[in-house]
Design a protein around this ligand. Sequence first.
Ligand SMILES: NC(=O)c1ccc[n+]([C@@H]2O[C@H](COP(=O)([O-])OP(=O)(O)OC[C@H]3O[C@@H](n4cnc5c(N)ncnc54)[C@H](O)[C@@H]3O)[C@@H](O)[C@H]2O)c1
Length: 400
Amino acid sequence: MSATATARVSAGRPARRRIGVGVVGFGWLGQAHTRSLLRIPTLFENRVFDAELIACSDPLPARLDQATDSFGFKRASAAWESVINDPAVEVIYIAAPNMVHVPLVEAAAQAGKAVFCEKPVGGTPEQIARAANAARTAGVISGVGYNYRWAPLVRYARELIASGELGEITNYRGRFFSMYGADPLGLNSWRFQLDQAGYGVTSDLMSHAVDLAHMLLGPITRVSGTLETYIRERPVPGDGAGHYGRGRPEDPRTPVTNEDYAAMLCTFASGARGTFEVSRTMIGPESEHAFDAYGTRGAVAWNFERLNELRLYRATEDPGSGYTRVLGGERFGHHGAFVPGSGNTIGFEDLVTIEDYEFCTAVAEGRPFEPGFEQALAWAAVQAALLRSAQSGGWEEVRA
Ligand SMILES: NC(=O)c1ccc[n+]([C@@H]2O[C@H](COP(=O)([O-])OP(=O)(O)OC[C@H]3O[C@@H](n4cnc5c(N)ncnc54)[C@H](O)[C@@H]3O)[C@@H](O)[C@H]2O)c1
């Protein structure tokens, strides 16, 4: 490019900070974040950072080859320490199985690096508390992968609730039904193992459902819940097998050691009452991550399977007309970065891209990011109460 062209391109746009990125865990979400970072320059012209892919770590050699050959990382190694201690790496993305999150977070925080960890940030409430403490003590910026918060229509629902348009919210229903474990031949991958995932669907799915409720309605104060494991043995997985992989009837099986299903009643600090249900084995809904909020003047409902639609009921307008359908489009949040107009749809990985854009913007500007580990900790307190309630059979207070 000529000197004149360079001057023309840079005129009028904000200065950009270079951010060196390291990724640990290069399966589904490690790759999704990396793809997102790669395409941010093509989507967000006014960004204040340019992410540079420096180093990647995964125990599987094939994933390391992919990281350098297809994604363009400069270096890749099975030793995660080499990513965290790489002087060119300023931000660490953690997308390894849950039970290895905390040592990685602690090492990244001690090295003074900003850290984005996939949810739930550790496989138990105690581990989430350790991670939050490490980031707080080191004073580093933290982020957590509650990507559904970034759905433009979910943010619109938050605006409707916060502005009082729906009146006082009295009732809330959250749910996440994912069929990834519904087939008994589904492999016994890390998600089904207490020593690798920590808890099962409470960590994997309820964390998302409660995080959205926290964002929309505020804190939960009491819960009464129940857990169940329906499929108690599954075929042994091979290296790198994911939770959508299938075995054969003749394959050897090992026990499932965490829960398939969880449900709870709850009370919010606002006084609203809520119900939550999550499952990986129920047959029917493939990926129904959904909520309904019911207020004294209206209601709002969203379902990830219909990410680009919001159902809205305004009691003040035409009470007999039922819910109306609001279509996603460029008038909502970052939707227009991906597709123009209205009714042109965005998808799962676009939410990850918005999340990464917002996180790296916060890092470049040196300010805190939400959801960070304090929000992960708010979920951990609810999870601890749910686990106690499943044991005691009664209501349990959510304790900080
Ligand atoms: N936000 C979301 O919507 C969402 C969706 C899926 C997964 N996740 C989270 O992302 C994380 C990863 O899940 P996934 O579905 O990508 O799993 P995955 O199995 O597809 O990938 C995990 C990767 O981590 C690697 N790994 C295993 N042990 C490691 C170690 N000690 N150090 C470094 N890497 C290691 C594996 O080889 C694999 O490549 C989990 O915490 C999960 O909860 C979040």
